[in-house]
Design a binder for this molecule. Structure first.
Ligand code: C2E
Ligand code: MG
Ligand code: MG
Ligand code: MG
Length: 276
């Protein structure tokens, strides 16, 4: 039996896995260095009201430009930043950048909000709420102009910690959105416990919205949001037909390549001026 186990154990070892692991550790090391050297950028993707077609805000999205000029996609490095805990420092930086941006936009675009994505490890650390509130206060911006995007998965390991933290932030006036709604693992019962302002309809429910029988989830999310007095924003709109369908379903707001891709800060400010 022992021999068999050993053999089985041996069967699990595979050099590709080790290589993959070493590769990941290298990426984490490089990310830590590049973050310290200011090689992370915050890009902005505009969000629009479907009623007015005006820009109402933007989602801030991390971009990592390595020394040789290539971009590593967030889908690759965010999970590693979360795994290593680096996301805590990076997340604080993101909030600070977004608040500084809101301050700079205050004179000309006081109505614009900025949404930042927040990961589970940031909540696990006890001082996320205080740090975020301090940043908002030190920039002296209206708290509701900052929105925190959380996903349902954030409730997976300790929902009460997250719910309490969000309640404190909401009390301070910060806005909260539920991102990628419908793609996670949480039960609907949490929806009523979370102090939300907005629901984000995931791109996967928008992509085929015009195909027979494929719009039912988007429609249900929009109705649910309306019944709960939440704004509903759909993400991933790439075609005008998708927009038109979302208008028919009563969706409030949109974000997607059809309108604008994420862009560096200076381009975003120019975009705001050109589209006022
Ligand atoms: P997300 O929060 O769901 O962000 C939306 C993603 O959809 C972004 O990808 C955006 O570029 C992309 N997108 C927007 N419109 C369209 C469209 O019309 N078509 C297509 N194909 N894609 C569209 P991105 O920037 O690659 O970010 C991926 C994910 O990485 C984000 O998903 C978010 O979960 C995470 N992320 C990005 N920045 C941060 C951050 O600062 N902190 C944390 N914790 N996560 C972040
Ligand atoms: Mg998001
Ligand atoms: Mg999303
Ligand atoms: Mg998504």
């Amino acid at each position: 039996l022992a021999k068999k186990n050993r053999l089985e154990h041996f069967a699990y070892y595979n050099p590709e896995m080790e290589e993959q692991m070493l590769g990941r550790l290298n990426v984490i090391r490089q990310l830590r260095t590049d973050f310290a050297n200011n090689c992370l950028e915050l890009w902005y993707q505009p969000q629009f009201s479907l009623a007015t077609k005006k820009v109402i805000g933007a989602e801030a999205l991390l971009r990592w430009r390595t020394a040789d000029g290539t971009f590593i996609p967030p889908g690759v490095f965010i999970p590693l930043a979360e795994y290593s805990g680096l996301i805590i420092e990076i997340g604080d930086w993101v909030v600070t950048e977004a608040c500084q941006q809101l301050k700079r936009l205050e004179d000309d675009f006081n109505h614009i909000s900025i949404s930042v994505n927040v990961s589970i490890p940031q909540f696990r650390r006890g001082d996320f709420v205080d740090t975020t509130i301090n940043t908002i206060r030190s920039q002296n911006i209206k708290p509701s102009r900052l929105e925190l995007e959380i996903t349902e998965n954030i409730l997976m390991d300790d929902p009460q910690i997250v719910i309490d933290a969000l309640a404190r932030l909401k009390e301070e006036g910060v806005s909260i959105a539920l991102d990628d709604f419908g793609t996670g693992f949480s039960s609907l019962s949490y929806l009523q416990k979370l102090p939300l302002n907005r629901l984000k309809v995931d791109r996967s429910f928008v992509t085929d919205i015009n195909k027979e029988g494929q719009s039912v989830i988007a429609e249900t999310i929009i109705n649910l949001g309306q019944k709960m007095n939440l704004k509903v924003i759909a993400e991933g709109i790439e075609e005008i037909e998708q927009q038109d369908h979302l208008i028919k379903l009563g969706c409030d707001e949109v974000q997607g390549f059809y309108y604008a891709k994420p862009m560096p800060e200076d381009e975003f400010v120019k975009f705001l001026h050109d589209n006022r």
